[in-house]
Each structure stands twice: as C-alpha cells, then as structure tokens.
Ligand binder design. Sequence first.
Ligand code: FAD
Length: 542
Amino acid sequence: MHPREAHSPEFDVVVVGAGVAGLTAAALLQRDGYRTLLLEAHDKAGGCAGYFFHKGYTFDAGATVLMGLDASGLHTQVLARLGATVPESTLIECVPVHLPDRTVNITHDQAVWTHERVARFARNAAEAERLQAFWQLVDRTADAMWAATAKLPALPLRRWRDVVANVRLVSPSFIGVTPYLFSTVGDVLRRHRLEDNAPLRAFLDGLLLITAQETADRAPFLNGAAGLDIYRHGIRRARGGMKAFIKAHVEAFCALGGVLKLRQRVTRLTPQPRGGYVVETERGLTVHAPRVVVNLPLWNIPGLVGTKLAAPLARSLAKAGKGWGAFTLYLGVRADVIPANAPLNHQVLLRYGESFADGNSAFLSLSEPDDRASAPPGRRTLNVSTHTEVDAWWNADAETYAARRAAVAERLLTAVARVFPDIRAGIECLLPGTPVTFARYTGRAQGMVGGLRTTIWNSNLFGIGVRDVGLPNLWIVGDTVFPGQGTPACALSGINAWRDITGCWTLQAPLVKPHPLRAPSSAALTPETPLSGRRAEGKAVV
Ligand SMILES: Cc1cc2nc3c(=O)[nH]c(=O)nc-3n(C[C@H](O)[C@H](O)[C@H](O)COP(=O)(O)OP(=O)(O)OC[C@H]3O[C@@H](n4cnc5c(N)ncnc54)[C@H](O)[C@@H]3O)c2cc1C
C-alpha cells in the first residue's frame, strides 16, 4: 500500500468512469500519491473492455484482443509503474480474413505476410510490383507510428510545453512519413494505381473500419497504416479474457490505496467558485474534488456539466461527428463444432459492394480451447461483432427493433458459418447486444462506441486533447480524445492526463509529490456517505 493517508476523507482527484482510460489515469495518479476516488456507474470496471458472466461463461463485453501487452508495450509499462503483474497472454499468430471469393491470412510473421499480401491480390506482374511498393510504405509508416507512440505523444499541440514534449517524437523515420500527413489511405492507393482492385479495397476497408472506424477514402494514411499493421505488430489475447486484464488494473489501484466505488453513476459536475468541483452521483454521493478526470465520450460531457459550461467543447463535438455503434453476438458454444487448432480471430465479409455494417462484415473472437476462466469444460466463448448506425436502433418501435435485432443476428450467424459450418448445432447460449445495450451498460451516449470515425481533421495534430473541455482542472480521457480508439490509445489518454497533472513525462520517471492544488478544506464527503468499507467495495469486483 502507498504510505500516504489512504483513509483520509479527502481526495486529490476524482476519476469518473473505470474504463481502460479512467483506470489507467486513476492508478497512475494513486501511485504518485494523489489520493484518488474512482466512481464507476456499472457493477464492474472495464466499460467497453469489460466482461460479464452468463450461464457459466465469462464473456468479453467489447474488446477481445489487446495490443501493448508485449515486453515494451504501453499496458506493460503502466502495470510496471504500478508494481503489478502483467496478465499472461497468447500472441495471435494469424488472422484469416474471409472475403467472398478468397481468404487472406494476415500473419505476425513478416516473411509469410509479405508474400501473402501480394499473392492474394495481384492480377499481373506489374500490379504485384505496385502492391509490394504500397505494402512496404504501409510497413515503414506503421513502424514510424509505433515508434512515435512508444514515446508517448501528447497531441494536439496546445501549449509550448506540448511542443517541447513532442520534439522527442522527431526521428528520421518519422520525418520520412510526414509528407503523408494530409493523405488518406485512398490517396495512397491512387498513387500506386491500386484503387480499382476491388478485393484489395474491400480487404483494406474492412480492416480500416475496425481500427480507424473509417474506410480508405477518409481514413488518414498515418493512422490507417498503423491500423492495417496491427496483426504484424502483434495482438494478444489475455488468458482468461478481458477480465484478467481489467482485474490487474483494479487490483493494482486498490492495493495502492485507491478507492473504487461501483454502482455510482455521476450525474453532475459543478465547478466551485474557489476552484475544484462538486461531483454528484445518482445514489446521493457528493464529493468535493480539486481535480476531475472524466472517462466518458465527448458526447456525454454536456450532460454532466450542462450545455452552457460545455460551450467551449462545441468545436470538438463538431469534429467528433456521429460515432458508430456496435452490434455484438455473445455465443457460448460446444467445443466440438470448432477445430481445436482454428485461429482465435477471423474477419468475414459476406458480399462485395455492400455496406460493411449490420453483419456484412464480422469480427470473430474465440476463447482458447483450454481457457477454463472463460468457458466450462468442452465449451468456448465466441464473440462476433459488426458496425451499425446508432440512430436506427433508437428510432425504432419495439417490433421493428426486435425484427432488426433478429435479422442482424441471423446475418452474423451466416458469417460465422462461413468459417465454422457446424456452428448453429453447437450453440448453447446466444445473447445479442445493440447500441441500446451498450448505452445501458457503459453509459455512452446513444451507445456510440469505438471512438471517432478517424479523419485527417479530427486526429493527430488536429485531434481533441485531454484539456479541450476548456474547464480548469478537468481532463477528458478515453477513446474520443487523442489518440483514439483501442485499449493502448485509451491508456495513452489516461497517461496524458496523469502527465498534465503530475508534470511527469515518462512512465519511468521517479514518483512525484502531489501539488497542493486548492484541496477543499472541509470534509470531502458528505456525512451520509461514510467511507468505511470503501476499499473492500473496490476489491469485491474482481
Ligand atoms: C464491440 C467492440 C469491440 C472492440 N474490440 C476491441 C479490441 O479487440 N481491441 C481493442 O483494443 N479495442 C477494442 N474496442 C475498443 C475499446 O474497447 C474501446 O475503445 C475502449 O475500451 C474504450 O475505453 P474508454 O476508457 O474510452 O471508455 P469506456 O470503456 O466507455 O469506459 C467508460 C466507463 O465509464 C463508466 N461510466 C459511464 N457513465 C458514467 C457516469 N455517469 N458515472 C460513472 N461512470 C460512468 C462506464 O460504465 C465505463 O465503465 C472494441 C469496442 C467495441 C465496442
């Protein structure tokens, strides 16, 4: 336990929301001696990277695969600073992408992948050369992006301090990719005269949609290259699924003396004339805090602080636009309908030339055959997800909603059957999730998930920063601020808030002393919300 007064009735920081970004920020701050209260609306931490139990299965709620768990990865660095153990994980060696007329195996092995990505798409020798050049550029750009990310960028540039901090990003490899700062993936495809290769386009669009939330014509090339490279770079599945990953963070936070309160939905943040905020929850908890870190999408912020105070966020909200929703199927299946050596992840496109949403494109994630933390003996979990527009779900009456849900579920099962033909016979439990489900369990406005639809104008130098809400001592973290979606990106936003608050620059920096920032002088909690047993409450969730 950290030696500071963990049982003092005051907090230096309140973090709203225990998603990956909130957990990362909260645990790092607590590690540096900032007494941190983490308020979570749900009965478990994790949010879109969380988990739930059903009929003996433990399902991942949203995210299923992780980057940043390798030896030098971002999550590993965070857990090391917290003194926590990195959960065991399995490297995903191959992700087959099943297109309507061919299967493309994306492999972690560079040599195999270098051959596959040309052989599967080239229609003649000249095109093979252009494909090679395109993919080599993708590799170089992705390598530069990963190297820059490892140096913990803090974009967009808002103050001189940010400029100085980001000078560290500049390297010869990074300078080499800057000419593409204003290019989309589509622009680069045109430059390589590959834009009319329909299977290649469909392959790229499907991959870009799950990594950048945009297809080639709008996805920025820098971000797109990193997205197209994730399997070569290395993704992993935590043993025991996302529960093991989230548990590592929650346990570290609680062991350091952090206070996690579950089932505490924050309803209001009110700035105080003498500085700091009053944080109020649905269940009557009122906390005064000098600093607040909010792990909610931008779309939720006006609802918390009121539209008047959120006015400075208007430009950022316009940049954010409308997010995607997700439709998910959580399947508990008999193991005998899935070959034991089948890759854990697959992507399926049913038809060329149609929207990728609502089941035409599906991402499949299996638990390992021997993963008893996820499924009972002889059973496996299978998550299937697809993009969907949120409005259609919120505007539907009950009958239309049910019919739509059944239709998308059926289409996803058709996609799964492309890979595992006997799947229907082996299903023991089936739960669909719509944007309405995501809104209910994660509190995200309209169930919009996965961050922003990334464009040149809402990412990197033009991204949305952790301070852009424009209120003093209030930071936003999560997948709608820089650098965007995915668990390492969310962790980086949490790190950026921690850096802003502590003044630390690297995760290897020595521990700092909290700044004595306008801490409320009176008791931080109202009398009717005693703190006794609070740490046990935090521990009870894992
Ligand atoms: C179907 C799906 C699959 C995905 N797959 C992957 C994947 O394989 N790999 C990957 O890296 N990423 C994946 N992602 C993206 C990734 O899961 C998210 O980008 C990331 O988890 C978002 O984290 P966050 O911290 O921004 O916010 P959230 O996860 O949204 O966390 C916010 C937290 O705040 C809580 N909360 C909300 N309102 C309140 C309130 N008023 N008061 C208190 N608490 C509140 C919520 O309950 C939640 O716990 C996937 C997303 C989805 C939806």
